[in-house]
Design a protein around this ligand. Sequence first.
Ligand SMILES: [Zn+2]
Length: 332
Amino acid sequence: MTKQLIYLLLIAFALMGCKAFKPSADLHHFSSYFATSSKDSIIVGDRLKVTFFGTSTLLFDDGVSQIIVDGFFSRPKTGKVAFGKIRSNEKVIRAMIAKYQLHRLKAIFVCHSHYDHALDAPLLSQLTGAKLYGSSSTLNLGKGGKLSESTMQLYESGKPLGVGSFTVTVLNSKHTPPFKIFGKSNATDPAHPNIDQPLSQPAKANDFIEGGTFDFYITYGSQRFLVKASTNYIEGALQAYPCDVLFLGSAMLGIQPADFQQKYYNETVVATNAKTVVPIHWDNFMKPLGQPLIPLPNISDNVEAGFNFLITKTKAENRRLLLLQSESSVLF
Ligand SMILES: [Zn+2]
């Protein structure tokens, strides 16, 4: 999320109601792919519960320990993102901690340091005691949030890490292709690719610089999961990481050229040979939790086309495609 996208949102305000700012998919067309609501799923035996909160926030819970990807709950509104400074919403985070018993949270893994992934990680760590794992940029957000050195750990790509009964391997990845609008791009400025010093909140959305993008290979017993938040790939990077369930970033997939879509599919779904594919990061993250997720707007995506592409491909290969609504849980 960068300056250009914020300009976009400004325009969105001005033109509210215009087709460009309506959701880019009708979720009724995909109702058969949504997991049946299992919000109250009880963990029995050695099963694992995964709960989705929009964007790429995923909570893995085995009934004893929990790990979370991103932990982005605040979802500040367009006005704050576009005009002002943003900060974690402590009330929202405390409510999530109570609702999901996040005192059992052991670790937070942040996909990259844009605010729609990293905003809440410092406060979530502070309130739960969970360790914050991240790039140097993410750890600078932690330092800005006054986290102690002992509650933060820098990523070591490719090195498996034990957390409770989970093993997590952080993998180098690549951010979604830059978003161009009115000739402007939201690409990371090569002169400032990282958050170089502690960043405290409130801060401008633009201050949350990407700082490198990462995927997570998570194993639990014999079960293998891969979380890939951004819609891009490093060629061959996932060949060595076969998985059962692939949480696949699909933001802007529907507006990419056909050859990119095919390559992305091959480098993710085919490379990991995932049996189940769960698209993530397709929702409009300016809307608060507590209501159904709605797809990204037409001006920035074509979620309908992205979903249809993934459905066609997975169906042809006998893979299961699963969609999750906000706060819906699946037992694996
Ligand atoms: Zn991003």
